[in-house]
Design a protein around this ligand. Sequence first.
Ligand code: ADP
Ligand code: MG
Ligand code: ZN
Length: 509
Amino acid sequence: MTTMNSPALMPYDDVIAQFDPVMGLEVHVELNTKTKMFCGCATEFGAAPNTQVCPVCLGLPGALPALNRKGVEGAIRIGLALNCEIAQWCRFARKNYFYPDMPKNFQTSQYDEPIAFNGWLDVPVETDEGVQVFRVEIERAHMEEDTGKTSHLGGATGRIQGADYSVVDYNRAGIPLIEIVTKPIVGAGKNAPAVARAYVSMLRDLLRALDVSDVRMDQGSLRCDANVSLRASADSPFGTRTETKNVNSLRSIEKAIRYEMQRQAAVLAGGGQVTQETRHWHEDTNLTTSGRSKEEAEDYRYFPEPDLVPIAPSREWVEQLRATLPEPPAARRARLQEQWGVNDTEMDSIINAGAVDLVVATIAAGADHTAARKWWLGELARTANDQGVDLADLAITPADIVDVERLIAAGTINDKLAREVIAGILAGEGTAEQVVARRGLQIVGDDSALLAAIEQAIAEQPDVAEKIRGGKVAAAGAVVGAVMKATRGQADAAKVRALLLAHLGVEDA
Ligand code: ADP
Ligand code: MG
Ligand code: ZN
């Protein structure tokens, strides 16, 4: 049962004074393979329900799976990028349970023989004491398949309670999924929520660089469950953990962990015990509520999958895949800093804004690096911040920025109009060209339209016009300003000035 009354929270500073947090992060990443893990069905996001299914992923009797080599390749590359060992030999396992979104009645997963294990990721974390590198140890990365998606319809909340009926879409069933599980993360102290966020953020960048996934938290191709527990001090045994699901943005990871720390601390300080359970994060109310209790922990009756042969990746193959890994983050940073000619502080702000990949992609799409940085770190960073979303999740692409820059270069729009074009793109009004056309944003370049506006401005400021005629060219600014205002900024100021002076018969100074 879900209870919505908010429990007591201990102030965060008190939590840190009295307890030591331990975390464990489980990240599920959907691979961007063209076909599913065990059949040839397409994996495209957003297709009409149940159009990307076949007997294998629908679990029809007698259907046999066939392993997707690209899925295994993605898993190995992820394992290598996380500094893991790659299994010499491993198997899939059946995780048996019933749920309507899982038509086979078992999930093909890996159990005690993961493809990758024992790795680590060094994560730069912003703290009050500056950026500190924190090593997150990786327990394992294993292969499994995604489930279908159930929607509860007819009710007010979209939850099963109160719904009239439920429908299931199996398009997602069987899409390759890699689950990446950390070892218990200790020693983060007050920075625990920031460490968790920085880890997922860096993992997402790494996965994007590997080009193995769309890593869209909003679309569910990257999902994170956060385990948290508190103990009295760094040498006490671990406390009881809760596992918070449904954390769908980087911000939420940080907030959900902080919230759980404060909630558990209040329970413990009040003499209570933390219940080992699954909790759900609510993006709207910023709190977690109790879900399934782990005391009735399911017995999944794991056993080796009999319909798939074991995987024994040859060391040659593993080394070939290692050679395809992207440049390590520190080396990349140094290289980009040199190419862009920015100092340490500027580079930090680009990294902290989550803009590095976007700037790189914008340059690759044809913009120069100053323009690329200007838009992502200025206008767009502000918008992302206002909306409380990540830069990468804004509804604008590097190619859009290049389009905007081309329109500026062609003289179709100026810098000020470009901001409006970007606002239009973000609002879903189409490409840069479409926004310009729909909102009528092109610079007024037509001389007769400009001249009419100039004559109007002169008529309103006859004394200024007299001064200009008398040789005070510096006074032209006031008339130019009036024309710019009349054309709502859609004129080229230099052109207006030239036309004005010519009209008044004055030579430019
Ligand atoms: P489950 O199947 O219950 O989700 P997993 O082993 O898949 O368990 O994941 C548990 C996660 O929680 C791992 O990242 C693990 O390191 C972490 N963890 C284990 N014990 C604790 C604890 N007491 N407090 C916080 N995290 C923990
Ligand atoms: Mg788990
Ligand atoms: Zn299929």
